[in-house]
Design a protein around this ligand. Structure first.
Ligand SMILES: Cc1cc2nc3c(=O)[nH]c(=O)nc-3n(C[C@H](O)[C@H](O)[C@H](O)COP(=O)(O)OP(=O)(O)OC[C@H]3O[C@@H](n4cnc5c(N)ncnc54)[C@H](O)[C@@H]3O)c2cc1C
Ligand code: FES
Length: 274
């Protein structure tokens, strides 16, 4: 029987330095991507340094590699930050539930990402852009604290150039540079200014908890999105990733197994301790 805790070795094909403290790493196993779905995550480890949880940031329809973006914050991520192209990284997964794109077909979608939370949004968003004709109007709103904190700047043009797709990028007040051409304002404030209606629409939101809180409020109370049509992901700290250790649970819900993707309606029924 396969040992569910046993990692596989993935090879680093490409490293993209996104910002001063954040990188995107593209990996392959046996020369190609693995099977996963947008919203799922993996456990990535470096021997002697530890294991870290990262959501996938690439579209699963792109088969040449799978990708995650990470911010260096502690021991494991400092170790991963020191790796080079050609090095190996141990990987377990994919784990968790996923964004159910079949429920999004024919609907308008707004993707809202803040900071490193744009990573899982990128996966589902590029998945939808890869099958553009299945969806209605697509709006992408991405915000970071400063211009220097924006990830994925090298592919902004690619996102903009899809039909019936609007891309809006913003930085927090004070985070702009003299040549900044995007918006200035917190994500929920800019969201409220967009010409969106909740009817026949889905919102996918991921970012820091404070951004999620106000973005959900704006979508529901000011834009008419129903709780069932607002989808987000949680990032509770994890250990096993498999529903075994109890590290990630909120009440009886295991974020690693029942999540990390939840609708705003589902979040409403969770105890308020996450
Ligand atoms: C489902 C899921 C998806 C995630 N996706 C990403 C991703 O795409 N990119 C990314 O950079 N990070 C992501 N994270 C967070 C990431 O797992 C941690 O930042 C990382 O494991 C820290 O490892 P470390 O050993 O370097 O730091 P540690 O030494 O363990 O911690 C360093 C600092 O980070 C904080 N921290 C650690 N884990 C978390 C967490 N889960 N949430 C908030 N703060 C944390 C610690 O409190 C501490 O302040 C995700 C977490 C989960 C649960
Ligand atoms: S991380 Fe172990 S139960 Fe969720």
């Amino acid at each position: 029987m396969e040992n569910i805790y046993l990692p596989k070795l993935a090879e680093i094909k490409e490293i993209i330095q996104e910002t001063a403290d954040t990188k995107t790493i593209r990996l392959t196993i046996d020369g190609k991507s693995i099977d996963f779905l947008p919203g799922q995550f993996g456990e990535f480890s470096l021997i002697g340094e530890g294991e870290s949880t990262f959501g996938f940031s690439s579209s699963p329809l792109r088969k040449e590699y799978f990708e995650f973006s990470f911010r260096t914050s502690g021991r494991a991520t400092t170790g991963i930050n020191g790796l080079n192209e050609g090095d190996k990284l141990a990987f377990r997964g994919p784990y968790g539930n996923y964004f159910d794109t079949s429920k999004m077909h024919g609907k308008d979608i707004v993707f809202v990402g803040g900071g490193i939370g744009m990573a899982p949004v990128k996966s589902i968003m590029e998945y939808c852009l890869d099958e553009r004709d299945k969806y209605g109007k697509i709006t992408i709103l991405y915000g970071a604290r400063t211009v220097g904190d924006l990830l994925y700047k090298n592919i902004f043009e690619e996102w903009k150039n899809h039909k019936d797709t609007e891309f809006v990028v913003t930085v927090d007040p004070g985070g702009e540079t003299p040549d900044w051409k995007g918006k200035v304002g917190f994500v929920p404030t800019i969201l409220e200014q967009l010409p969106l209606k909740g009817e026949n629409s889905i919102a996918v939101v991921c970012g820091p908890p404070i951004m999620i809180k106000f973005a959900l409020k704006t979508l529901e109370e000011k834009m008419g999105f129903s709780k069932e049509n607002i989808i987000t992901t949680l990032e509770n700290r994890m250990k096993c990733g498999l529903g075994k250790c109890g590290r990630c649970n909120v009440g009886s819900v295991y974020v690693c197994k029942d999540g990390p993707v939840f609708t705003a309606k589902e979040l409403e029924s969770l105890p308020n301790d996450f």
